[in-house]
Ligand binder design. Structure first.
Ligand code: PLP
Length: 429
């Protein structure tokens, strides 16, 4: 036994073997592999169609006029997402920034933003202008109205209420979040988005449908922009960066909208034509190339974890054999000490900062203490194995990422071990 192994390690190891067998024999792993194959083909073709060459990886400086690396990367992304245009930029600092750029880019004073998957991701509160005294610079301060429609209890989009609302007066943007994020709900699939887009555009073709695509990219063979969604945004330190992109965000969709967003990103008139990157673009291209495979590694890791933890009696969302449309796996651990040991096990089984011990802390912007584990190469990159959870019942942990399935499997064994071993006996403290 080394310091990472508790008394449950051998049992955990054999549970992982059994779970892997179950996932293989049920055909779940091969379905995921097929999705990765089709996405790899899509990405490969985009590289070939745009004749990606070594010179596209070269650095640029200053204004970055005629930066071929930047412009071609935009086009490759656009093709992969079957979109008319895309903006892929290191200047977009994270997913939240990408979403904000898109919203500020397309909304004007007097417009209405309607979120139809309930309250958007927490970090958007201050952008929308939700809550007291948090208005500075918000959409609200600029005269943009915000309304919200929750999802139905069975996890479907409430199309009836949306249609009702649209019939009552103009809605500029209907906003959907593809992934459950940090909520205990169903993540949306391309079928849900297709149906929503059809019904809403039939009711009012002027409505702009925008999707927060974070964590969803390459989990299915079809992206939202292929089923009638007008604009998507996401983070490059999640799925589409393939774990190699060091930073950045992207926006893809209808060219008229992407242009508006580019005017917000730089200035009207300049848009996407300016912006250099002295570090060069290789990691973005290579990351995108790897992304379908890396997402597969995360999906397999998530399913393996679900299979093991369900066997141990924990409630999983999604369940081990449910279709996955994002890389997040959630578990209700029921006890605070279990949530803490889960996160400690993720950290202890990481390649970086494995000696660091995560503790719950009052993170700014959250109502409750939160515990987080991330031993990642790229700071905070959640395409790499990471976990977090708020310290409130039912002590739900959200776990995502894993850039190799082998690492994911070892971590899953470590997690199961820590849940099996009592805290005194576990090597992970
Ligand atoms: C991660 C995430 C965001 C915000 O992205 P950051 O890169 O953390 O700013 C927004 N929405 C969803 C669903 C996410 O998963």
């Amino acid at each position: 036994m080394n310091r990472f192994e508790g008394c449950g390690y051998e049992k955990a190891w054999s549970m992982a073997e059994k779970a892997e067998k179950k996932l293989t024999e049920s055909g779940i792993f091969s379905l995921m592999e097929k999705t990765a194959l089709m996405n790899q083909r899509k990405v490969l073709r985009a590289f070939q169609d745009h004749r990606v060459e070594l010179r596209h990886f070269y650095p640029s400086t200053g204004y970055g006029y005629d930066d071929l690396g930047r412009d071609t990367l935009d086009k490759v992304f656009a093709q992969v997402f079957s979109a008319e245009a895309a903006l892929v930029r290191h200047q977009i600092v994270n997913g939240n920034h990408a979403l904000a750029l898109a919203l500020y880019g397309i909304l004007r004073p007097g417009d209405t933003l309607l979120s139809v998957t309930g309250k958007p991701y927490d970090t958007l509160d201050q952008i929308i202008g939700l809550g007291e005294d948090r208005d500075e610079g918000s959409l609200k301060q600029m005269g943009i109205r915000y309304e919200e429609i929750g999802m139905l209890p069975d996890g479907q989009i409430d199309l009836d209420r949306i249609l009702q609302r649209i019939s009552e007066g103009p809605v500029k943007v209907v906003y959907l979040q593809r992934s459950k994020g940090y909520n205990w709900r169903r993540s949306l699939g391309s079928q849900d988005l297709r149906q929503a887009a059809e019904v809403i555009h039939q009711a009012d073709p002027r409505v702009i449908l925008m999707v927060d695509n974070c964590y969803g990219e390459f989990t299915e063979e079809i992206e939202p922009t292929e089923v009638g969604i007008n604009l998507v945004a996401g983070s490059l330190i999640k799925n589409p960066g393939g774990s190699l992109a060091p930073t950045g965000g992207y926006i893809a969709g209808d060219s008229s909208l992407v242009e508006k967003v580019s005017y917000r990103m730089t200035t009207p008139g300049i848009g996407a034509e300016v912006g250099s990157y002295a570090a060069g673009y290789q990691s973005f291209y290579q990351g995108l190339f790897l992304a379908p495979h890396v997402v597969l590694q995360s999906l397999k890791t998530a399913a393996l974890l679900a299979c093991i933890l369900e066997e141990l009696g924990y409630e999983a969302n999604p369940k081990w054999n449910e279709k996955r449309t994002c890389i997040i796996q959630a578990f209700q651990l029921k006890e605070s000490r279990k949530l803490i040991s889960f996160c400690k096990a993720v950290q202890a089984n990481s390649p970086v900062d494995s000696h660091v011990v995560p503790e719950p802390w009052p993170m700014p912007g959250y109502q409750n203490d939160v515990i987080m584990a991330a031993g990642t190469f790229v700071q905070g990159a959640s395409i790499e194995l990471s976990a977090d959870g708020p310290m409130i019942p039912p002590y739900t942990v959200y776990v995502q990422g894993g850039i190799t399935y082998e690492h994911g499997k070892l971590a899953a064994i470590g997690i199961a071990d820590s849940l099996l071993s009592s805290p005194e006996e576990s090597g992970v403290r």
